[in-house]
Design a protein around this ligand. Sequence first.
Ligand SMILES: Cc1cc2nc3c(=O)[nH]c(=O)nc-3n(C[C@H](O)[C@H](O)[C@H](O)COP(=O)(O)OP(=O)(O)OC[C@H]3O[C@@H](n4cnc5c(N)ncnc54)[C@H](O)[C@@H]3O)c2cc1C
Length: 466
Amino acid sequence: MSVTTRGALPGGAYDVTVIGAGVVGSAIARELARLPLRIALLDASDDVGDGTSKANTAILHTGFDAVPGSLESRLVRDGSRRLAAYAAENGIPVEPLGALLVAWDGEQHAALPSLAAKAGRNGYHDARIVTAEEVRSREPHLGPGVLGALDVPGESVICPWTTTLAYATQAVRAGVDLHLNCRVDAVTSGDPHLLATGRGPLRTRHLVNAAGLYADEIDRLLGHDDFTVTPRRGQLVVFDALARDLVRHILLPVPGALGKGVLVAPTVHGKVMLGPTAEDLDDKTATGSTAEGLALLREKGRRILPALLDEEVTAVYAGLRAATGSEDYAIRAHPAQRYVTVGGIRSTGLTASMAIAAHVVDLLAEGGLPTSGAEDLEPLRMPNLGEAFPRPYRDAELIASDPEYGRIVCHCERVTRGEIRDALASTVPPGSLDGLRRRTRARAGRCQGFHCGAEVRALLESKARP
Ligand SMILES: Cc1cc2nc3c(=O)[nH]c(=O)nc-3n(C[C@H](O)[C@H](O)[C@H](O)COP(=O)(O)OP(=O)(O)OC[C@H]3O[C@@H](n4cnc5c(N)ncnc54)[C@H](O)[C@@H]3O)c2cc1C
């Protein structure tokens, strides 16, 4: 088991290499890890899940509103079931809150029956239309003008950071080599393929491209020009934990011509999220927020939940969806080339990740990858980041056995020295303060590290990664 962050890459050919350690690439590496093969997972960044996978709305979708009959519909439905079970087994926080698609005008209200019918065509039969009175009693803080809603009880919120980390951890423990700071710059297609990376050459018989926003560019290196990724920015605002009591469900908009629209949802970390925007850009690095984007979110949020806008803002961030102009994933197999492209995983990749992984392994088998001898992986127990579940600082027995769990470092998020110590010593340790935040919540609270930043940094630096 190994994680490398610098130096030359190992020699000899890997059986399979996955480019991109986002939630999708990590899920694929984990699925492959069940096979007796030599596998590499590469990422240009210094951490797993550092691209789109760290910045989304973190909803474990049912797939009720997908395009019926699409690959995305099938994989979201399957992925949702798989991830819910995986999360329960491995300690990934999930809150099954259910969603309400709230209708605010006659047009939206009239659209609810066709949305319920669409859910049925997507194999989801629990959606039902509810009256304005029922919506009000279930969500007393909603703004005026609610006409009714579609109740979708199967929607949940999940921790996106823990999900990617769990996949990567399990893959590495099962023998996958994770190479970070390892950008693939060129590919000479052959048997084996030769990858030119920032850390030298790497050879591999089979190749999976899970490079997210850059999947089209990797595809062109292998001679394919099937799709172009247009980054679609989603800006989000996170409100402080004091706002959490204002909302009980995921409040989805009724989708219109401009896409899914702006939602209000609790997070598993105990806060409330408002967003995202949907802006098509040219720049694949434009994850900044804009005054216009935030003003739009405030306007939409005030209509949905007026009191939310009076609460303190903890964080503002943006993620980029990998839009391709198609209403479906761009997953393509090139069996003769022993190559699979996993492109266009736009706004549902977190939910679908485990189903995408199983599908990709089937596609690799078509290209000759031996897939017999699969074994179950050792289950994990991920550190709990969920506010609705027991956290170490409240566990008297745990603190009695190890006082480090009683020493709070980050007071906003109540993160202890014991949790930071564990994260630094974990299978896939963080390489930066942001990576440490995604593993522990340290510095993710209302003071954004003003109080604990220096101590957290000192702890990280005391355990700098090789
Ligand atoms: C605003 C927003 C809201 C969303 N909400 C949800 C939601 O509620 N539920 C849901 O299920 N999904 C949601 N999504 C979608 C989900 O986040 C994505 O589908 C998913 O994160 C995509 O994962 P990925 O692994 O394909 O891409 P990424 O996470 O971007 O991973 C790709 C990785 O490839 C690496 N890479 C790129 N090029 C190279 C190279 N040349 N060499 C080496 N490495 C490379 C990158 O560093 C990156 O880490 C949302 C997305 C956004 C932006």
